[in-house]
Ligand binder design. Structure first.
Ligand SMILES: *[C@@H]1O[C@H](CO)[C@@H](O)[C@H](O)[C@H]1NC(C)=O
Ligand SMILES: *[C@@H]1O[C@H](CO)[C@@H](O)[C@H](O)[C@H]1NC(C)=O
Ligand SMILES: *[C@@H]1O[C@H](CO)[C@@H](O)[C@H](O)[C@H]1NC(C)=O
Ligand SMILES: *[C@@H]1O[C@H](CO)[C@@H](O)[C@H](O)[C@H]1NC(C)=O
Ligand SMILES: *[C@@H]1O[C@H](CO)[C@@H](O)[C@H](O)[C@H]1NC(C)=O
Length: 483
């Protein structure tokens, strides 16, 4: 297992908790800001009402919404303007009307060299069950002002996904320059050079734009970057996780990294957009969202593990910036052998890592078991069948694609014909038969009918025969019963 890095985000969280006073003063500044604005808001708003009757085209041309509209006015006063600008921003068809479950928002700009957006969409679409495509919107924000590039990408999207576009699952949008605040003379923060500050500040405004666009589309909103891939049926993981939340939350994370896989209630998006705009110059968005969560009184990150979105982009959208960050908790979770796996209970003396339960190795759903700590000689992992089973074949796979070192280097598989007792979560099994040793982290036994004859197996134990320097992943235990 790799040693834990202290990521930028964790550092920021530490900072926040260390300086509650800063947070408090920030809140106070907010209150003051909103109060002092309320007068001007009312006045300006009446101006907009009269323009309602003016020519629609003219209205669109002259009243293009700008970032200041969002900072200066409360949302209720923007209703009319909002409908207009969202229609303007939508490239194909109309602004979608139907409210869905989830919107996945992906801003993308022209990259020098590699381009990942098509693969990203492909991965998202390919891993959504066809019948669930109507539950989501995938909003692609072409956030680059280069017309040639925009036409190229939108043309290719139109060509590649005609059905998704006509069913409005894939929504393509763009913005206009006047929405953006000045990106010149930006203040110096984080010791970043000028290009990076400019890129980052524009990116913040991009994010705010897409938050505001998506505000009413669905119940939940998930932020994505344009260079990710995901796992089959990720939507079920998201739905299941949301349904297990029995306390108020602001942000659920389905990736550890950057601004990937962060899920918000859509009703929080306007606030999030405002705070991102307010600090567009000072903070990168993947810091701001953490401050935002704290301001919303969620003091800890809530990260679903395993994570379900992985970062692929090595070339950042900032020219010259190479970004090799990979999410440690993303992996291929699919089962390969899919045994009959009759009903059973799982036990182990290994320390379990949060959601990587022993059951995950045995159940057929995606997932695996992951220990927290290195393996020691004598460590055990036992399957106790509810009823003794006549078994013909067993396959054990340890380690995983992303964590190949976490396989069992030295271990054996033992079958027991009898179960004596289960004492404090430790099964006592007896009448043991060694079925073989793992090699390269894998073991297959397929002549069990000749080894065991008429006998039925009650317990199956994987036992470590030496210490090892890595954590342990048991990816799959496939048990095939004899007819
Ligand atoms: C999409 O899924 C199919 C199988 O469901 C697979 O054959 C194909 O390679 C996938 N395409 C991509 C781009 O992942
Ligand atoms: C716009 O993008 C095209 C290709 O996508 C490129 O050839 C052109 O130089 C770009 N224009 C500007 C002004 O950067
Ligand atoms: C999208 O493609 C269709 C043909 O499949 C074409 O008729 C339509 O004009 C295209 N729309 C845009 C906006 O390019
Ligand atoms: C940068 O900060 C200075 C001093 O705080 C301020 O006067 C200036 O307006 C800021 N620049 C921008 C572009 O906001
Ligand atoms: C079962 O197969 C293994 C290797 O595949 C072999 O070593 C063993 O002798 C076989 N046992 C029986 C009883 O056939």
């Amino acid at each position: 297992m790799v040693t834990m890095r202290c990521s930028r985000q964790q550092f920021v969280v530490c900072l926040i908790s260390a300086s509650a006073i800063t947070v408090f003063s920030l809140v106070t500044q907010f209150l003051v800001l909103f109060q002092s604005n309320s007068y001007t808001i009312k006045k300006r708003c009446s101006g907009y009402e009269s323009s309602e009757f003016s020519n629609k085209i003219q209205h669109r041309t002259f009243n293009k919404v700008t970032y200041k509209d969002y900072l200066d006015r409360p949302s209720s006063d923007l209703t009319r303007l909002q409908n207009e600008w969202r229609i303007d921003a939508t490239l194909f068809h109309n602004f979608p009307k139907e409210k869905r479950y989830l919107t996945i928002g992906i801003p993308t700009i022209k990259r020098v060299g590699d381009e990942y957006i098509m693969d990203t969409i492909n991965s998202l679409v390919n891993n959504t069950r066809p019948e669930q495509l109507k539950d989501i919107y995938i909003v692609i924000f072409l956030a680059d002002f280069n017309e040639t590039w925009r036409e190229d990408i939108s043309g290719r999207l139109n060509e590649s996904y005609p059905q998704l576009i006509s069913s409005e699952t894939l929504v393509v949008i763009s913005s206009w320059k006047s929405f953006y605040p000045s990106l010149e003379n930006l203040n110096h923060t984080y010791n970043d050079n000028y290009n990076k500050r400019k890129w980052r500040s524009k990116q913040n405004v991009d994010y705010a734009f897409i938050f505001l666009y998506c505000q009413h589309l669905s119940t939940y909103y998930m932020q994505m970057e344009d260079d990710i891939y995901t796992v089959p049926n990720y939507l079920k993981v998201v739905k299941d996780y949301i349904s297990t939340m029995n306390f108020p939350w602001t942000c659920l994370e389905f990736s550890e990294l950057g601004f990937i896989g962060k899920l918000y209630h859509s009703y929080d998006l306007e606030k999030l957009a405002k705070i991102v705009l307010l600090f567009y110059e000072e903070q990168p968005c993947d810091f701001t969202y953490l401050y935002f969560n704290t301001l919303m009184l969620q003091f800890q990150r809530i990260i679903h593990r395993p994570t379900i979105f992985q970062h692929v982009g090595l070339k950042s959208s900032l020219p010259g910036k190479v970004q090799p960050l990979k999410d440690r908790f993303f992996d291929n979770m699919e089962k390969t052998y899919k045994g009959d796996n009759p009903p059973a209970k799982l036990y182990t003396n290994l320390v379990v890592q949060s959601s990587f339960t022993p059951e995950s190795a045995y159940f057929l759903e995606p997932g695996y078991f992951w220990s927290k700590g290195n393996g020691k000689r004598g460590d055990w992992f036992t399957v106790v069948f509810d009823d003794p089973q006549k078994v013909k074949k067993i396959v054990i796979v340890t380690g995983s694609r992303e964590h190949q070192t976490d396989k069992i280097e030295h271990g054996k598989l033992q079958a027991s014909l009898s179960l004596l007792s289960i004492d404090q979560s430790q099964p006592k099994c007896t009448n043991d038969i060694d079925l073989g040793y793992l090699t390269g982290g894998v073991l297959k036994v397929d002549n069990l009918t000749s080894i065991l004859g008429p006998f039925r197996i009650h317990c199956l134990s994987i036992i470590l025969t030496a210490n090892q320097d890595w954590w342990i992943i048991i990816k799959e235990i496939a048990v095939f019963v004899a007819d």
